[in-house]
Structures are given as structure tokens and as C-alpha cells.
Design a binder for this molecule. Structure first.
Ligand code: HEC
Length: 172
């Protein structure tokens, strides 16, 4: 019993000395500790709670999700050359590994999906409504394997990718 008590006492004493040393060191430190910096403070403020049933009336992803294909229109012309150029970069960042260098679905990982990605230059894809393309890229294909990329690619960049895909035309 005495032994347990003395071990406990020694451990407490060591912890106390360590705490004192760290606190003392903190006090002479020129910079604040991480938990004192303003960087993390904003995240500690509670996020305002929205009234139940609130919906945004402009902007935001929520509206795209419930819109029909026809209601979703690009914010700029899809034949705009700068959109097509930007879309090529977007494609190389986010699509090429599945859809492939030649847009035929033979990307590095593309063929491991079931169903595999089809040809983006097929008559079907090329004649698809831009709004539908936007929805598929953003929210995936129901029961399919297209990944939902809404949280990965910002809206304008998704449209750039669509402009690029459309610019490819039907494969001869
Ligand atoms: C992780 C792999 C992957 C990535 C990344 C990916 N896709 Fe896909 N995509 C697929 C697969 C698999 C399918 C077909 C399967 C299905 O029907 O769900 C598909 C289907 C599609 C279709 C429908 C084609 C059709 O025949 O109906 C379009 C359009 C498309 N992708 C465009 C894109 C674009 C543009 C990007 C980049 C912004 C992209 N995808 C990124 C895997 C991917």
C-alpha cells in the first residue's frame, strides 16, 4: 500500500514539475501557442442555424440539383474559345485518368469501372443537353459510376470541361 502511494506521489510530482516547466516555458515564448492564435478562433464560433425548410433563392448547388436539364444553362457561351482552352486543362486534371487521352474511356483507371466510361465523342454524348451533362458531371449518374464532382470542381470549371468535350465533336 505504502509502495503504491509513494509511486503515485512520485508520478504526481513529476507531472507537476513537467506542467510547471511547460507553463513557464510558454510564458517566456515570443509567439503564441497554436490554440491561442486567431487562425483557429473563427472555427470556434458556432455556425448560425438556418430555419427549418430554408432554401436559397439564388445561386448555390441546391438549385442545380432540383432543376431540369433545360433549366440549367451555361453562364457563358460553350463555343467561347477561352472556355474550350480552360476546359482542356480541367479535363486533364479531373477526367483524363478515367475517360482517357483519346476520350474513348480508355484512361488509366477508366476500364476498371462497371459500367466503363463510354466514348465522349459518341453521337449520343455530343448531342446531350448541356444541362444534363452538367448534372451528370456534378452529381454522378444514378446507378452508374460517373463520380459526383460538384464538391471537387467549381461551377465555371465544370462548364469549361463541357465546352471542351462539346468542342471535340463526333468521332469520324
Ligand atoms: C473516376 C473515374 C471518372 C472520372 C474522374 C470522370 N468520369 Fe465521367 N464517367 C466515368 C464512368 C465509369 C462513366 C460511365 C458509367 C456510367 O454510366 O455511370 C462516366 C460517364 C460520363 C459521361 C456520360 C457518358 C455517357 O455515355 O452517357 C460523361 C459525359 C462524363 N462521364 C464526363 C466526365 C467529365 C467531363 C469528367 C471530368 C470533369 C469525368 N467524366 C470524370 C468515370 C469517370
Amino acid at each position: 500500500m505504502v509502495r503504491i502511494l509513494s509511486v503515485g506521489l512520485i508520478v504526481s510530482a513529476i507531472a507537476l514539475v513537467a506542467w510547471g516547466a511547460i507553463t513557464g516555458y510558454d510564458n517566456i515564448l515570443q509567439v503564441g501557442r497554436m490554440w491561442q492564435t486567431p487562425v483557429i478562433k473563427p472555427h470556434e464560433n458556432p455556425i448560425p442555424v438556418m430555419a427549418a425548410g430554408s432554401v436559397p433563392y439564388s445561386g448555390g448547388e441546391a438549385l442545380y440539383r432540383i432543376a431540369t436539364d433545360e433549366e440549367i444553362t451555361p453562364p457563358f457561351s460553350l463555343s467561347d474559345p477561352s472556355a474550350v482552352t480552360a476546359g482542356k486543362t480541367t479535363y486533364q486534371y479531373y477526367c483524363i485518368h478515367c475517360h482517357g487521352k483519346y476520350f474513348d474511356g480508355y484512361g488509366t483507371v477508366g476500364q476498371s469501372f462497371a459500367p466503363p466510361p463510354g466514348d465522349l465523342r459518341s453521337t449520343r454524348v455530343q448531342s446531350m443537353h448541356p444541362g444534363l451533362l452538367f448534372k451528370e458531371i456534378s452529381y454522378g449518374i444514378a446507378g452508374g459510376r460517373q463520380p459526383p464532382l460538384a464538391t471537387t470542381i467549381e461551377v465555371d470549371d465544370r462548364w469549361n470541361a463541357i465546352a471542351f468535350v462539346k468542342s471535340l465533336g463526333v468521332r469520324n
